[in-house]
Design a protein around this ligand. Sequence first.
Ligand SMILES: [Zn+2]
Length: 324
Amino acid sequence: MPTEAWDDTPTIPKPEYGSPHLNEIHDRIYKKPHPIIGPVDKAYPRNIGWFPEHTRKQAGTPPSPFKISDLTIKRMTRIFTDRHIGRAFPNCAKNWRSRMYPEKIMSFMKIFKSFDTRLSDATEERQWRKFVQRATNVHNRNPDAPTHTCRLCKIETESMKHLLFCRQTKPLWKAAIKLTTDILKAPRPGSIPLAVAFGQWRAHDADDPLGPEDARAFLRHVFNHFYHDFSNTDLKQSTFEWRITYYSALITFRQAAQRRGQTFKRLFANRRWTNLPAIPPQEELQAFPNVIQCFPGGTSTINPALNAEIDRAKAEAFRQTRST
Ligand SMILES: [Zn+2]
């Protein structure tokens, strides 16, 4: 069977507009690069050349756009909040000072920077952070609330400040501070309300007015559980019993410490046979000797005194639940 070859080459050559050199200049002037280049399954937006809509005018000359890789949560929060609040400082600072110890509260800038410790995460600190920012839901915050009287002592007005001074909460704060001094070996704080509210241990103008990190972390665990139990007295008509709150705080504090031990264990297991360092620096391992002892091989032990205190608190909490 004879085959026939078809010649597909066009008889008329493609038209050419301008020289390649001129085309290149034209493209450079009029064509912007595509914001997204590449096949669908491999295309990512270009890293450079972005800026948020509302900052377009302030982008500067020459404009200094963002790189997508520079957009951290911190930076994005700033971008989204800037348009509403500019550089204004949170109202809570002024409002706290107008309500208690106006001259004694330390710099709020330092308090905000102290958020997040190595023994408490954002969830465990949630209620405490809300308290610092004066966002805690208390009776006198709502003008339409049926009563402004404290749900615990039923005597005084329930304000955020009152939570620190209420006769029903005082034993809890006292027990929590006692744990920080006796077991975590923290110095005695200058004022218990300031320590609970802001983690402040020393005078506001001291070099470092904050308390030790583990002590502050523990107080944040306590505050978290306190708020839970405190609000349940309204929501579920439960009884506030500080010994139970204290015990639950000890439990999550110990869990946070164990979590830290686990990170070192995982690090050791993952890196043991690699060239990467498998053992964290000594100061990290020894950061909280009164909470957890961490050893280079990835093992760790909770301070026996802390375990003993948890057992004691558990027994007391159970005795309390039986008697009520
Ligand atoms: Zn009260």
